[in-house]
Design a protein around this ligand. Structure first.
Ligand SMILES: Cc1ncc(COP(=O)(O)O)c(C=O)c1O
Length: 449
């Protein structure tokens, strides 16, 4: 299994060809989920004493596994938050997979960690976090939020020389579910401030902090809510956090990409005062899954929350250099920031600015298209690239059935959401290759159906 043989060479050629075919697919097939029973029936037994052989395993991958997934880079994938890796980033990921780089500590991962840090520096500078900022890449916004908030609590414990009976964090009712999940895992309370038109205002955050009293260790603000793309009043909340001596965590997992877009950069004013910040390049910064940038304004507190001590780690922990394993809840780690770095190095940051601006323009044009159709109504003006659309005269069942039809026809993967108690259609754009023509077709169909 570990020697490079004639068979390995043939498998490598077949895998590279499959990868090339996938890179060229424009668009890739939309795919369709299937039940586990259907998939087992199509594939037959796959984990067997003698194995399927290279052709057999690759056949199952190509004919059973891939077609039962909906690729997040399909231009019609407009549900959740899609992903649209550049070809360079996808290829770097392929290379990373065969390179056995461990991005845990400088002692054996220096080169990979240096490259990841170059990409982190770009993000920290876009946010304006200052020269001392740094962090690491974790698997996703959920892991990033948990680690940022755990570091926040550590900082509060140290500052106060202990803690209250129970800690609490303040966030908005529109914050991503991962903030509440992190609170559950950390066994801290959530004091939720009501969002106004999707945003947390400083006034509401102040009321929530007052309710939390001395238990509050952090405010978790959102720069680009998942549901509507709304950006909290970061400047006002940052001022409040400074006044109260409370950590400001900013979840910019989705919206943070737009920090590089001059047309909307001013909406993020105040983000430079975040104590921790999360941006997911696997969302709108064209990196493959899984990739979340976790940044701290002052990373020095993080090792006291996360570093692991063990006899076999003594050399690694004592070695000079940057150790991502000390900066979040993980140890062994894929250098998952490397594909982002590679793509940035290939294309340059101007190309990123242009691509993000193109998506913002697409969202604006799509909003105009909605306004042109009397059967449709724009629920709120898009701040970033999420569109909420009301189909007049339809109940939630009709809307869901329309979404199902779009997938069944291989046109698009779209889903409804709930906005202020009402089921509406939600379209999330991150792919610069989503054509306006496709959006028009979908809206025509929605309006006419
Ligand atoms: C604002 C926000 N935060 C956090 C997350 C969670 O990210 P992940 O799915 O990478 O864990 C998401 C996911 O959509 C998000 O939109």
């Amino acid at each position: 299994m570990h020697r490079f043989t004639e068979e390995t060479a043939r498998l490598a050629e077949a895998v590279f060809q499959a990868a090339l075919d996938r890179l060229r697919a424009d668009p890739p097939p939309l795919g369709r989920p299937a039940s586990a029973d259907e998939l087992s029936a199509r594939a037959g037994p796959t984990i067997t004493p003698r194995g399927l052989g290279p052709e057999g395993a690759l056949r199952v991958f190509r004919e059973v596994v891939a077609p039962a997934t909906i690729p997040a880079d399909h231009p019609g994938f407009l549900a959740f938050v899609p992903s649209a890796p550049t070809k360079a980033a996808a290829l770097a990921d392929l290379l990373l997979g065969v390179s056995s780089m461990v991005g845990a500590g400088w002692i054996d991962g220096a080169g990979a960690i240096w490259a990841e840090n170059e990409a982190l520096r770009w993000l920290a500078d876009l946010a304006g976090l200052g020269p001392g900022a740094g962090g690491c890449f974790v698997s996703g916004g959920t892991a990033g939020n948990l680690s940022g908030l755990a570091a926040a609590r550590q900082a509060a414990r140290e500052r106060r020389g202990g803690g209250p009976g129970r800690w609490a964090l303040v966030t908005s009712t529109e914050a991503h579910s991962s903030i509440r999940a992190a609170a559950r895992v950390m066994d801290v309370d959530v004091v939720a401030a009501p969002a106004e038109d999707g945003r947390l205002t400083a006034a509401r955050a102040r009321e929530a902090l007052d309710r939390a009293g001395g238990a509050a260790f952090a405010v978790a603000a959102t720069a680009g809510t998942t549901n509507a793309g709304a950006i909290d009043d970061l400047a006002g909340i940052a001022e409040l956090c400074a006044e109260r001596g409370v950590w400001l965590h900013v979840d910019a997992a989705y919206g943070g990409a737009a920090l590089c877009a001059p047309s909307v950069r001013d909406r993020f004013a105040g983000i430079e005062r975040a104590d921790s910040l999360v941006v997911d390049p696997h969302k709108w910064l064209f990196a493959p899954y899984d990739c979340c940038a976790l940044l701290y304004r002052d990373p020095s507190v993080a090792p006291r929350a996360f570093a692991q001590e063990a006899a076999y780690l003594e050399d690694a922990n004592a070695a000079p250099g940057w150790n991502p394993m000390h900066l979040a809840l993980h140890m062994s780690r894929r250098a998952r920031g490397l594909p982002l770095w590679f793509s940035l190095a290939v294309h340059g940051t101007d190309a990123y600015r242009e691509a993000v601006e193109a998506v913002l323009r697409l969202a604006k044009e799509a909003a105009e298209e909605v306004r042109r159709r009397p059967a449709l109504e724009l629920v709120r003006e898009p701040e970033l690239s999420v569109l909420l659309v009301r189909r007049r005269g339809w109940d939630p069942r009709a809307l869901q059935a329309w979404c199902d039809r779009m997938l069944a026809r291989g046109r698009a993967f779209v889903l409804p959401t709930t906005w202020q108690g009402e089921r509406v259609l939600r379209l999330c754009f991150v792919n610069p290759r989503t054509p306006l023509g496709l959006v028009r077709e979908l809206l025509d169909d929605l309006a006419a159906a």
